[in-house]
Design a protein around this ligand. Structure first.
Ligand SMILES: *Cc1c(COP(=O)(O)O)cnc(C)c1O
Length: 368
């Protein structure tokens, strides 16, 4: 049995290309594509993912925080990078690395304009975020007039785009809500154009928006989870390919007799003779305690093996009773089977949380 010999998050760049091309094929020609590579490219490793996507022709990147953008610039990414959630303490760093801030309130707009102006800059590219119902971050529709008049007096910044974010694009039961968000965004864009006399790029769709609301693709779309191979429902996920496979290895096998316990706080008590395997992977690697206590399974030589007892910081134990396996054999934590979506669901969460939680101490490897 082939084995990588340690815990590794293996990334298939061909699958990434497939997902990118599939998502692109859903767009009208000319629509720009922004790849969301925040949170270390959803755990897959931001620099290699962004460099690969840049070669494929992605137009824009987005990260959440300034430091993530700096990491991409230092790796050599040249394309424009939006910082979705910057803080004023980082505005000089943003400018020094040619990053483009999302500005979401009068306070941050003003502070960024002052920083850019003090640096002697003109028309520095910025992106204006509007709230259409997520109620998380952004100007409100009623702020357009103030924003436009501020911009007319402050030539240090220039809005390259106006954008908004859908709250429930993956939820068919919330179609009415999403449509209200889309029409609210159109009204904001129209008012802005009417007052300012020009129309920045418009964008509102995340992955599920791309797949479910073609009428809302506007000038650009922003995809994160879809690039990594998850579509938020069975139909869309079937057309995408998960790019990451989290693999581990059996360090040791144990045989528990009936009544013997396993792990911290005796989190599992054998009701019958049980063969367990210990893996070098734990909650500090991103597989948290909610995956323990028999709720979730991983895959050993093609067979499902339950995670037993309490997940430890650096180890977890699985039930391999009846599975033909040896110390040194490979274990699939998630990938094809189980998928990250399936594994996440067993712990009451979503693929996004599972993949972004894989800690930096887990080695990433890339194959094409
Ligand atoms: C994270 C994020 C996205 C990406 O969403 P996916 O569902 O992963 O495609 C898009 N836009 C904004 C503003 C985000 O914060």
């Amino acid at each position: 049995m082939s084995t990588v010999g340690e815990t590794v998050f293996e990334v298939d760049l061909n699958a990434l290309r497939h997902n990118y091309e599939y998502l692109r094929s859903e767009l009208r020609p000319g629509t720009k594509f922004l790849a969301v590579v925040k949170a270390y490219a959803y755990g897959h490793g931001a620099p290699p993912i962004a460099l690969f996507l840049e070669k494929l022709g992605v137009d824009y990147f987005a990260v959440a925080y300034t430091g993530e953008g700096v990491e991409l610039r230092e790796a050599g990414v040249q394309a424009p990078i939006i910082v979705l959630h910057p803080q004023p303490v980082h505005f000089e760093e943003i400018i020094a690395h040619r990053l483009e801030p999302s500005l979401y309130s009068e306070e941050v707009l003003q502070r960024f304009a002052v920083t850019a102006g003090n640096g002697g800059l003109r028309e520095y590219p910025v992106h204006l975020k509007f709230n259409t119902g997520l109620n998380r971050l952004g100007f409100d529709a009623g702020d357009v007039d103030k924003v436009v008049s501020f911009l007319e007096q402050h030539q240090a910044v220039k809005p390259v785009s106006l954008f908004s974010h859908l709250a429930a694009s993956e939820d068919p039961e919330e179609r009415d809500f999403s449509r209200v968000q889309i029409s609210a965004f159109k009204q904001i864009a129209d008012r802005f154009e009417h007052l300012a006399g020009f129309r920045p790029l418009l964008h509102q769709c995340n992955t599920s928006g791309i797949l479910c609301y073609p009428e809302a693709h506007f000038d650009m779309v922003r995809s994160g989870i879809g690039l990594y191979g998850y579509g938020n429902d069975a139909i869309h996920s079937a057309r995408l390919r998960p790019i990451g496979t989290l693999k581990s290895v059996i360090s040791q096998l144990h045989r528990l007799e009936k009544g013997e316990s396993l792990g911290y706080n005796r989190g599992f008590i054998a009701e019958r003779p049980t063969i367990t395997a210990t893996l070098p992977l734990g909650h500090a690697d991103g597989i948290g305690r909610p995956y323990g206590k028999g709720k979730s399974h991983v895959s050993v030589n093609g067979q499902p093996a339950r995670i037993l007892g309490n997940v430890c910081m650096d180890m977890l134990m699985i039930d391999v009773t009846g599975i033909d396996c040896s110390e040194g054999d490979e274990v699939i934590i998630f990938g094809k089977d189980p998928s990250a979506e399936e594994l996440a669901a067993t712990a009451g969460t979503i693929s996004y949380e599972l993949v972004t939680a894989i800690s930096r101490r887990v080695k990433r490897s890339y194959k094409e």
